[in-house]
Design a protein around this ligand. Structure first.
Ligand code: ZN
Length: 231
């Protein structure tokens, strides 16, 4: 039962390769779900030959029967699946494509399997695509926040203690805190900023009741997925 699922490393080696020689193909286009995970990626695979080491391996009748039995179990546990991971053989819904640059090979891999091998670069690929997609929205938000936030009706000066303070949606802010957040936004280097830092700033703004972009708000809803961004 476990022989197929444990193929993983063996698959890379049987091809005469090491996992480190493979990397995620360039993503041309994708969407993101509310957890920040890539959905429906389109990969650039021109010039690469697709191989199916897992399908090739099940030409052996013993393995084939084992494979059919796993398929049956998987379907019962909540398919439908769209493809098979060519590294471990498991049925998958979320297909990624990895390539071997030197040998011009490409194969389908499941995202769970891909995450077992950080050298494939799946996290970096997600980071790049996410940053590309949301950077302009984030830049607009930073500009609005740092230049105009003080002029919105949400802020009012409050001088009862003789110290300038700000109120926002019923919460009091010490001017220094608001100013330091504002100047932090002013010092951002957009050329090197990534998903983690962007979401961290959005989260801090959210905690200060500052308006945040609707498109990015969805990423703040899920505490469990956010935990990984802020640790
Ligand atoms: Zn797999």
């Amino acid at each position: 039962m476990h022989a197929i699922k444990e193929r993983k490393l063996e698959t890379f080696r049987e091809l005469g390769t090491e996992p480190g020689e493979w990397k995620v193909a360039k993503i041309l286009q994708c969407e993101f779900d509310e957890y920040g995970k890539i959905v429906n990626p389109i990969f650039k695979t021109t010039g690469y030959q697709f191989i199916t080491p897992f399908f090739d391996s099940i030409m052996d009748s013993t393995k084939f029967n084992e494979f059919l039995s796993q398929h049956k179990d998987n379907r019962l546990s909540g398919g439908p699946f769209t493809d098979n991971c060519q590294v471990c053989g498991h049925e998958i819904k979320n297909c990624w494509i990895i390539i071997h640059e030197e040998r011009k090979l490409a194969m389908v891999i499941g995202c769970v399997c891909a995450q077992n091998y950080p050298e494939l670069g799946i996290e970096e690929a997600i980071e790049i695509m996410w940053t590309q997609k949301y950077l302009n929205i984030f830049k607009d938000w930073v500009f609005t926040t740092k230049h105009h936030i003080w002029h919105t009706n949400q802020f009012q000066r409050h001088d009862s203690q003789g110290n300038p303070r700000f109120w926002c949606n019923g919460r009091r802010y010490i001017k220094k805190d608001a100013h330091s957040f504002q100047s932090e936004l002013g010092r951002l280097d957009f050329s090197s900023i990534g998903k983690k830092e962007m979401l961290s700033l959005i989260r801090r703004a959210y905690n200060r009741d500052l308006p945040i972009p609707q498109e990015l708000k969805k990423f703040l809803r899920h505490k469990t997925s956010l935990d990984q961004y802020f640790h």
